[in-house]
Design a protein around this ligand. Structure first.
Ligand code: PHE
Length: 366
């Protein structure tokens, strides 16, 4: 016991005298480390008889607590002294020139894709991807467009000269819908994904470029109906355009992979040479703009993707990312998106520091 007390006093004195974190650490190891004297004292408990142990154990534990407490207190003291010293020594020369402003900017398409992902993540959608070089089966056949289907002709497809390993044709995907097939095959149902990405069609004018961007949406679960589709689109567009007065018009349409199929338009007003979303398309000074296609996923597509259509059903939609970017941020020529002109980018691009978040607003300010 007396040895314990004298050891304790010596250690406390040393801790008090420590001038650096290193010497303090040495003291900690010497006392509380595996072979430290406190630890060795604790080990002697094993050889004692119960009466001795009853008396010794609390005494040793008390010493341990006291030493550990002293070390912690000293540590805080040494650390704040070190910080004080650093603050006293360090100086910043405020006359030095600042770093160059960042030259790069985020392309509006990337910005809008980030905004989309943020909004749909909040609705419980995961982001899925698929290859841009696609095979004929995923792009067409599994989407209920067999070899002879006339809808294939509408897609102005870029084909590769070489066939795939299975003899089928390879192509640049004409829409993001093949990601529906890939995702269902991989994950099965239920599923809730969006798939943004590049798509290709042999087409070019002020509103069409051979490469453009789409986002696909797919929800498969039990008891999903058209009402869910309408709500999802409306909720998305309100969040995306950051206004409540968004009116959607759903029109009956046809896609081989959905049944029934609907195209959706949004009401907008012409303000000067700019189109501003909002309001009812039939109102004075307003019109409708088509934004994309959608519908209830065709049973045949679910079968191709290995999902049981008697148990599961759902909706899919595809919409043009470039088009909603133009509407939101006021560009009027699609071709400029892909010219890579730094003047256009510095005018329409976004700050890399301006990440879209639902809480701070998904719309960029720059
Ligand atoms: N893939 C269609 C297109 O590119 C859009 C679409 C997607 C339609 C999903 C219905 C369902 O035109």
């Amino acid at each position: 016991m007396t040895e314990l007390t004298s050891n304790k006093q010596a250690t406390l004195d040393q801790i008090e005298a420590a001038t650096s974190l290193d010497t303090l650490e040495e003291q900690r190891v010497a006392a509380l480390g595996k072979k430290g004297w406190v630890s060795l004292a604790l080990k002697t408990l094993g050889q004692m008889n119960p009466d001795e142990r009853k008396e010794a154990a609390p005494a040793i534990q008390a010493v341990r607590a006291e030493v550990a407490g002293a070390i912690d207190a000293k540590k805080v003291q040494l650390e704040s002294a070190a910080l004080e010293a650093q603050l006293a020594n360090e100086t910043i020369d405020l006359t030095l020139p600042g770093p160059d402003l960042p030259q790069g900017s985020i392309h509006p398409v990337s910005q809008v894709m980030d905004e989309l992902a943020e909004i749909f993540a909040d609705l419980g959608f995961a982001v899925a991807t698929g290859p841009e070089i696609e095979d004929d089966w995923h792009n067409f056949t599994a989407l209920n467009m067999d070899e002879s289907h006339p809808a294939r002709a509408m897609h102005d497809t870029f084909y590769f000269p070489d066939a795939a390993a299975d003899g089928g044709k390879m192509l640049l995907r004409t829409h993001t819908s093949p990601v529906q097939i890939r995702s269902m095959k991989e994950q099965g149902a239920p599923i809730r994904i969006i798939a943004p990405g590049r798509v290709y069609r042999s087409d070019s004018d002020a509103t069409h470029t051979p490469m453009f961007h789409q986002v696909e949406g797919l929800v498969i679960d039990r008891d999903i109906h058209l009402g869910h589709l309408k709500w999802t689109l409306e909720t998305f567009f309100k969040a995306f355009f950051e206004r409540e007065d968004i009116t959607l018009r759903l029109r009956p349409s046809y896609f081989p992979f959905t049944e029934p199929s609907v195209e959706f338009d949004v009401g907008y007003a012409n303000e000067g040479d700019r189109r501003v979303v909002g309001g009812h398309g039939d109102d004075e000074g307003h019109d409708w703009m088509e934004l994309g296609g959608s519908g209830m996923v065709n049973r045949r597509v679910l079968e191709f993707a290995g999902v049981d259509p008697d148990e599961y059903q759902g909706f899919a939609f595809g919409l043009g990312i470039d088009r909603i970017a133009m509407l939101k941020y006021g560009m009027n020529d699609l071709r400029a998106f892909f010219d890579g002109d730094p003047r256009w980018l510095s005018h329409y691009g976004f700050s890399p520091y301006d990440q879209p978040t639902l809480s701070a607003g998904v719309g960029a300010r720059s």
